[in-house]
Design a protein around this ligand. Sequence first.
Ligand code: SF4
Length: 69
Amino acid sequence: MTEKANKDDVDYGKGHPASHCGRMFPADKGYCKHFLYGPSDDNNGECELVKGVIKRPMWCRLFKKAVTK
Ligand code: SF4
């Protein structure tokens, strides 16, 4: 498996309503397919591609929309 990217290298930062890491509410369509949800229902999770704790409202250059319709 290839190593995950560093946050700095993929411009990890504040997300946008239409593009962010994790699902924010049930009808949310702007979240990323690479986000891995944590055991609790808070904002913290992980990412398939980026190292470290990843928060739902954030975003990076590897963003890929999970919901396309
Ligand atoms: S690829 Fe980027 S936008 Fe997608 S979950 Fe990982 S850190 Fe967030």
